[in-house]
Design a protein around this ligand. Structure first.
Ligand code: SF4
Ligand code: SF4
Length: 183
């Protein structure tokens, strides 16, 4: 998968990765699934000019996959594609909120296309605040529905997979303390 940023793709007002991601740098630390101290509602990053390299260097998958239209922008969709997983020919879809987009033909069609292309597709959920996320590969569960082109059946697998992660995972605590040397 290409890691070339597509021209014109922007974060806009999205601050998703200021929340779900754990940060452990020399100048900024925060646990997973907790909002960064420097993220202000409606304003975004209040230390933008001096934000650490880890923030400058992070781009979610929306920036790299030309097949994703505007509905896939994390602000619109409630899902973040994890570009970190691309190296393993895997697409990890972090589902932050249960949006209408998850039951759209656009979402099911794209996930089905990835499965058909032999790409491993994972669903990921954030746990309680201060806990690490959990993920599960869903290809095996989707195989029959994708082969039959049955979007409705695919949607049932999506719902089951999300509920399975939420209800069965033992969330691992992330004890990283909130700390910042940034102004
Ligand atoms: S999740 Fe993507 S669009 Fe949202 S702030 Fe992070 S990099 Fe930008
Ligand atoms: S320093 Fe800024 S960009 Fe980085 S996580 Fe905090 S609010 Fe987000």
């Amino acid at each position: 998968m290409s890691l070339t940023i597509i021209e014109g793709r922007e974060c806009g007002r999205c601050t998703a990765c200021c929340g779900f991601a754990p940060i452990r740098t020399d100048t900024l630390r925060k646990p997973a699934n907790s909002l960064c101290l420097h993220c202000a509602e409606g304003q975004g990053c209040t230390v933008y000019d001096v934000r650490p390299q880890v923030c400058r260097g992070f781009y979610c998958g929306y920036f790299f996959l030309p097949e994703l239209g505007p509905n896939w922008h994390p602000e619109n969709s409630g899902v973040v594609i994890r570009s970190e997983s691309f190296n393993n020919d895997t697409i990890t879809i972090l589902i932050l909120r249960l949006s209408e987009f998850l039951i759209s033909e656009e979402f099911a069609g794209m996930v089905g296309a990835w499965v058909q292309a032999g790409i491993a597709v994972e669903f990921e959920r954030v746990g309680p605040e201060g806990h690490l996320p959990a993920k599960m590969e869903i290809n095996d569960f989707l195989e029959d529905a994708v082969a039959a082109g049955d979007l409705r059946e695919m949607q049932k697998v999506f719902a089951w997979s999300l509920a399975y992660i939420d209800q069965n995972h033992t969330w691992e605590r992330d004890d990283t303390a909130f700390w910042s040397a940034l102004n």
